[in-house]
Design a protein around this ligand. Structure first.
Ligand SMILES: Nc1ncnc2c1ncn2[C@@H]1O[C@H](COP(=O)(O)OP(=O)(O)O)[C@@H](O)[C@H]1O
Ligand SMILES: [Mg+2]
Length: 357
């Protein structure tokens, strides 16, 4: 019969490729039990959206099954997202593990579409996800997420709306058309503060923030108000070519907010009639720009009519047709983003861990 130390020794051969340590040293193995030849344990990952979840499960199973006397291995995959010390946020958002802005150098690159799909993908992977729409110039998250009812007010607190499994709050709920143009820095700062202090966000693993395009007051306010885990930058291939995305990256660097990676949206076009691929704006620019800046590349999303249609219909692709290649592109980017959050967190907790960017 294998003993617990035997089993742990076997499991120590399984390494998390993102965190560069074995799953025993990382403390992932829980509830290890041996009954006759049956070995059971739980693998507790740092995110339910782990890109190598299936791989780790398989390797753990195989490593233990190879031990003499083992007849069956029962592995349960689980996850617990840990975050920075909530005290670092001065009492704001105590239940939120990670705040992750989604930003772009300019408007119209699909930032809101990508934010909504990333949020839904993370939620459907099992994470607790919030989406805060801070785009004063064109708040579109309620439309993309199909929200028609405004949030409820409970005393002096706002109760966010839950759509497609995501807890949503948006500037759109409080704006009259054309109001944005007259807002100034201090007003915007106040609004950001209210969204952080008066909204019942509850317990969240990830709070994605749809920033306004560019590098303005809202970005400055949020980055200065509390530490953010890091930003995802959305750009089109053309946008990268024109150096627009660089401005957003430089802004985050100045504000000491890490950039978790780049997502190339409208990366290429698949003709719905002939299935021919067309690189309308060029392709691969964001991947190259990420490599040049030593930043992670999180994925490419094709330009495709169903992405727009699903957004217009209020049901993001990731919820409307999760099994399609299009939705899978978003799921892949969401997993890559979650992995970068985990890498950052592990690096913060233990500086000895090498960070791969
Ligand atoms: N990958 C894509 N394929 C097709 N249409 C897209 C894609 N990404 C975004 N769109 C569409 O482009 C328009 C702008 O997207 P949006 O997310 O509002 O951009 P932003 O928030 O950057 O201004 C919307 O009509 C949206 O449906
Ligand atoms: Mg937008």
């Amino acid at each position: 019969m294998p003993t617990e130390p035997d089993i742990l020794r076997a499991l120590a051969a399984v390494r998390d490729p993102d965190l560069h340590r074995d799953i025993v040293a990382l403390g992932f193995i829980k509830d290890l039990a041996v009954a006759g030849g049956v070995v059971s344990f739980r693998v507790e990952l740092t995110t339910p959206a782990c890109p190598v979840k299936d791989q780790l499960k398989e390797e753990a199973e195989r490593a233990v099954a190879a031990l003499p006397g083992v007849t069956r291995v029962v592995v349960t995959m689980d996850a617990k997202v840990s975050g920075p010390d909530p005290a670092s946020r001065k009492g704001m958002l105590p239940g939120v593990r990670h705040i992750v802005p989604v930003a772009s150098g300019k408007g119209g690159v699909g930032k809101s579409t990508v934010s909504a799909n990333l949020a839904v993908a993370l939620a459907r992977s099992g994470a607790r996800v919030g989406l805060l729409d801070l785009d004063v110039y064109g708040p579109s998250i309620p439309a993309i997420m199909g929200i028609v009812e405004p949030p409820q007010v409970a005393g002096d607190r706002l109760v966010p709306v839950v759509a497609h499994g995501v807890t949503v709050m948006s500037m759109a709920f409080f704006m009259k058309p054309d109001e944005a143009t007259i807002w100034r820095g201090p007003m915007l700062h106040k609004v950001v503060e209210q969204f952080l202090t008066q909204v019942e966000w509850g317990e969240l693993d990830y709070l994605l923030v749809d920033f306004p395009p560019g590098t303005g007051d809202i970005q400055l306010s949020l980055c200065q108000m509390m530490p953010l885990t890091g930003a995802a930058i959305v750009s089109t291939p053309q946008d990268v070519a024109l150096n627009v995305a660089s401005k957003a990256i430089t802004m985050f660097e100045r504000l000491r907010t890490p950039v978790l990676g780049l997502i190339e949206n409208m990366s290429y076009f698949i003709c719905p009639h002939c299935d021919q691929r067309e690189d309308i704006f060029g392709h691969g620019g964001a991947r190259a720009a990420a490599a040049a800046r030593n930043l992670p590349f999180l994925g490419e999303i094709p330009l495709a009519t169903p992405v727009r249609q699903s957004g217009d219909a209020g049901v993001p692709m990731t919820a409307a047709a999760p099994e399609t290649p299009l939705a899978k592109a978003f799921y892949g980017a969401a997993r890559a983003l979650a992995a970068q959050v985990s890498i950052r967190t592990a690096a913060g907790a233990d500086p000895a861990i090498a960070v791969t960017f």
